[in-house]
Design a protein around this ligand. Sequence first.
Ligand SMILES: O=C(O)CCC(=O)C(=O)O
Ligand SMILES: [Fe+2]
Length: 369
Amino acid sequence: MKIELLENKVLFNNGLTKQEIHPFWLRERVSEEKYLDKGTNQRLFDPASLDSQVKIDEAKIKDNFLELKFNDGVNSKIDLDKIASEFSGEDNVIKPIEKIKWDSKLGNVKKFNFSDNLYESKEMHEILVSFYKYGFVIIKNVPTKDNYLVKFANSIGSVRRTNFGEHFNVKSKPDPNDLAYTSLRLSPHTDNPYRNPVPCIQILHCIDNEVEGGYSTLVDGYTVTEDLKKENPDYYNILTEVKVRFQFKDKEVELESWSELIQLDENKNFKQIRFSTRLDYVPILEKKKLDLYYKARKKLSDLYNSQKYRIEFKLMPGDLLMMDNHRSLHGRTSFDASQGNRFLQGCYIDYDSTEGKLRHLKKKFNIDD
Ligand SMILES: O=C(O)CCC(=O)C(=O)O
Ligand SMILES: [Fe+2]
């Protein structure tokens, strides 16, 4: 891609076509001190109130800068690389990280190690890229005292507090308001499908694990969805169409949200899965349609629960598992609470946390793809 001039017109050439860049698009991007606050990077003028018919009186390219004189008296120098970075018209940091599909044959994915200066390090950039590729990441030796998990989450972004609190303690306890707080097996599920919006990322941090069972399980919902689409298109279609009601009720709150088990984006690509058969209620539909829906949900559940897709591992004290709750499903094997303590702490963060940190670190360390 190249920026070229034709008299006072600024053109971008992508090798196939040349197109004029609208003068107002350039006028909006003037970034001299008078027009852009250097501390906040926010505009000091309101482009929406300017005349969009602004013209360029003079244009030059010098030392990788575009030098412009606009007919409203504003002069500006704009970095050509900055213009080039906007060519694609979409996010060029997170979106290009390709999701890697995986199943039970997933080999050893790199595990990372905690260090005091992790949050501002290149290692953290690598952790976040790995998270976006696989839908989960494990960091070892994360301090376990004083709810350190919350500090961890707030050092990447900010904790998403829920009615379970800023964080929650996952241990077997009397009178639980969720089956997570028992010693029962938990089949693969996504958390909190009844919230609007659903928390994007779950962090689970192991404080103690003295029992023989209590293994953690993970399934890549993206892989399962794509396989279902290929092998059972009818099932895939109905699960991407029917909105079901997810609900959570306890003594203090009633949460409810409606969505498809497989949610697609505007281009009909994978966006998000929701799966928690403890909490889902399909509406009354035509009997034939419900018949197909129930078959499809059973198939999906069989796939999520099958050995083929599941990885199983034991979290040890200090291990921190960060998972994409819109992509991966997690669960655990049962355990015998009389054998000792099994204690995990959990909390949520949203994508703005990981995206914001990743963009910041990529720029800070000048990391190319
Ligand atoms: O106990 C576990 O390993 C996971 C519990 C769980 O599903 C959760 O806390 O969301
Ligand atoms: Fe869970």
